[in-house]
Write a protein that binds this ligand. Structure first.
Ligand SMILES: Cc1cc2nc3c(=O)[nH]c(=O)nc-3n(C[C@H](O)[C@H](O)[C@H](O)COP(=O)(O)OP(=O)(O)OC[C@H]3O[C@@H](n4cnc5c(N)ncnc54)[C@H](O)[C@@H]3O)c2cc1C
Length: 415
């Protein structure tokens, strides 16, 4: 009998295993593939994850992978440019791009050192039940029981399906993405988190571990077929679109593509009910969102943290299971679900209408004025519904980030 069985050894499963095992729980991680598994992702993460890794004592190991800290922003939008240092708001004011097999490998090793058991090539087929309650899992010829089963099995989560987790939010797929790993990309003078807006698409690129660069192209989902081009794997469309951006032509002139092109037009933005009797969902299984949120990894860590705050008490009989379930659901909604719901509009940024272009250029040329405007309007924003306030707070925060200024006043506390 385990305290917790975690289905999936991706970033959400591996982080949860590490935290729960360190709290003294008997943990089993089971994954259908060999581990650590690569994930189709661009793998950028920032201060929240860096701080979590630091607290786990794993940051030095992650930095030793050679992924350079990206300490600056570099934005090119509608002919305007803004580059600046990231705001030193935390002990780790930078981003890293570490491929998933590297990051999950470090986390899984830590989980094993803390006593977790990891089974690879071991797919879960069904959840075991006692009445309404999930009490374990079964695969081909094996079964195991536990106090709680955590589905960290990705966006197509079979755990969610079998547990009957209802969909609580679904905005569909709004953008499509294509990305690949490259070697030999011409760098900027300082390693930066780069975002380039060009003719309806966005390019995000940066150096990662292993001496590679990831180069991602994102566009409204309606353009998926056109962007994919003539071949099924999307190489022609992806490379053709990159070559149409003068700066990318120069940056990639001597670079070699080292991976297939990964393309998808089905990246839905949705969340599900994250908890029920005997089961929890973590990571993409709970909430999947467009890569432009850049938050999938942080959200996997957020779920791990809340699991570690609620499951051990329930296992040890100090917290009623029903209370642990409610606390998990509420905390995940506040930390992940609400942000995704309110951030959805931000994905529309390709449709910059002609009348908005002057505003965008103005923000890029005078970001301090834009921040001032947001702050001055804070009293008006305070009257908005909570989710709109969250959106404008994010706008204000990111403008402050760009400027390396102190954080703006909280919108919900008018000055
Ligand atoms: C193109 C793209 C770019 C992205 N870029 C970023 C980014 O820059 N920054 C960021 O933070 N996020 C990014 N994301 C999101 C991020 O990659 C995901 O949020 C993250 O990988 C989710 O991790 P996870 O552990 O929840 O799920 P996954 O990584 O999907 O892991 C699920 C695991 O469950 C296993 N599994 C599934 N079913 C079973 C079963 N029945 N039995 C046993 N095991 C099973 C799978 O084998 C897998 O190992 C991006 C996503 C995409 C698609």
């Amino acid at each position: 009998m385990y305290d917790a069985i975690i289905i999936g050894g991706g970033v959400a499963g591996a982080a949860s295993a590490t935290l729960l095992a360190r709290r003294g729980l008997r943990v089993l991680v089971t994954d259908r593939t060999p581990l650590p598994a690569p994930a189709v992702s661009t793998h950028f993460f920032g201060p929240t994850v860096l701080t979590a890794l630091d607290e786990l004592g794993l940051l030095d190991q992650v930095l030793a992978t050679g992924a350079p800290p990206l300490r600056r922003w570099h934005l090119e939008v509608e002919d305007g440019y803004y580059g600046g240092p990231m705001l030193p708001r935390s002990a780790h004011p930078y981003n890293l791009c570490v491929r998933r097999e590297t990051l999950s490998g470090i986390l899984l090793d830590a989980a094993v050192r803390a006593g977790a058991e990891v089974r690879e090539r071991c797919a879960v087929r069904t959840l075991l039940r006692d009445g309404d309650r999930v009490i374990g899992v079964a695969g081909a010829g094996w079964q195991e029981k536990s106090h709680v089963v955590i589905g960290a099995d990705g966006r197509g989560s079979a755990t969610a399906r079998q547990a009957g987790a209802e969909t609580t939010f679904d905005a569909g797929a709004l953008r499509c993405t294509f990305h690949a790993y490259w070697r030999g990309v011409a760098p900027l003078p300082a390693a930066s988190l780069e975002l380039w807006h060009h003719d309806g698409s966005l390019v995000q690129l940066g150096p990662c571990d292993g001496g590679l660069w990831v180069v991602m192209l994102s566009a409204p989902v309606a353009g998926f077929a056109a962007l994919r081009g003539t071949d099924r794997d999307g190489v022609s469309g992806y490379e053709h679109r990159l070559a149409a951006i003068p700066a990318m032509r120069t940056r990639l002139a001597d670079a070699e593509r080292m991976s297939p092109v990964f393309g998808s037009g089905t990246l839905r933005n949705f969340s599900r009910a994250p908890a029920g009797p005997g089961w929890r969902l973590a990571g993409d299984a709970y909430c999947h969102k467009d890569p432009l949120f850049g938050a999938g990894i942080a959200d996997g860590f957020a779920a791990a943290r809340v699991l570690a705050d609620t499951v051990p008490g329930a296992v040890q009989g100090e917290l009623p299971w029903a209370e642990a379930e409610t606390r998990y659901a509420d905390a995940l909604d506040a930390r992940v679900g609400a942000r995704v719901r309110s951030g959805i509009e931000g994905l529309d940024l390709d449709r910059i209408r002609p009348e908005q272009r002057a505003w965008v250029r103005g923000v890029l040329a005078h970001p301090a004025l834009a921040l001032e405007l947001v702050q001055q309007c804070s009293e008006l924003f305070a009257a908005l519904p909570p989710e709109r306030r969250t959106f404008w707070q994010a706008v204000a925060d990111s403008t402050a980030d760009l400027l390396d200024l102190p954080a703006p006043a909280r919108i919900d506390t008018p000055r």
